[in-house]
Design a protein around this ligand. Structure first.
Ligand code: MG
Length: 223
């Protein structure tokens, strides 16, 4: 590990202890995948609490999450919801849905969480067809090459004031490198350009460092 990365990591641990104060259910959720070889795709504790804060600041009652993984961010977001709030979370991999369901149940939050298993594009189209009530917050954290399509569909499930977050958009700083035609990079570039052109959105992005290395997210609000 390079010196700045050691500093980011140590600082993140310090901030976790003093400010994040992860509860036992979140710690148990992370432990549920510790002895597996699954990639650590979840948000970090500081980022999880940041999502929780955003949901609270926005007074969110209905949240949509694309990409459940083992439910770490799902638990943070569900904790931010009032007792009658709802988070719908979509996940492609059945094994992850099962793990996440256990973790959410252990956290005592099952009554606020609806799990949808399957391809997010298919599931989103289903919600649009069903004319489901719009969401207050939408967290896009799934298959990167689908980000432009996820945004297009998410906008159909939003209303004025909806906060839309796109996770993991920095891709090691490759966005401005037009020579990089990796499908993840081109798709996220297209996603950012769509945010830029979408007249109903105000957007920005933040680069982050910490235990997950160098990363970042977009944040938008529907006008
Ligand atoms: Mg992510």
């Amino acid at each position: 590990m390079k010196a700045p990365e050691i500093s980011w990591t140590n600082t993140d641990h310090y901030l976790n202890i003093h400010l994040v104060k992860e509860d036992a259910a979140l710690t148990a959720a992370t432990a549920s995948i510790q002895n597996t070889n699954l990639p650590r795709m979840e948000v970090s504790p500081t980022q999880g609490k940041f999502l929780y804060m955003l949901a609270k600041m926005n007074g969110a009652k209905r949240i949509l999450e694309l990409g459940t993984f083992y439910g770490y961010s799902t638990i943070w977001l569900a904790k931010a919801l009032p007792e009658d709030g709802l988070i719908i979370t979509m996940e492609m991999t059945e094994r992850f849905v099962n793990i996440a369901q256990n973790n959410v149940e252990h956290a005592g939050l099952s009554h606020k969480v609806k799990f949808l298993h399957g391809d997010a594009v298919h599931l989103l189209n289903g919600l649009i067809r069903d004319k489901i009530e719009p969401f207050d917050m939408i967290f896009i954290d799934a298959h990167k090459p689908s980000y432009p399509l996820f945004l297009e569909l998410a906008l159909k499930l939003a209303k004025p004031g909806t906060v839309i977050i796109g996770d993991n958009v920095i891709l090691d700083g490759e966005l401005p490198n037009q020579d990089n035609q990796n499908p993840k990079v081109t798709a996220v570039r297209q996603f950012i350009e769509a945010l830029s052109e979408e007249e109903t959105l105000e957007s920005t992005a933040l680069q982050t460092v910490g235990i997950k290395g160098y990363d970042g997210f977009t944040i938008s609000i529907v006008k």
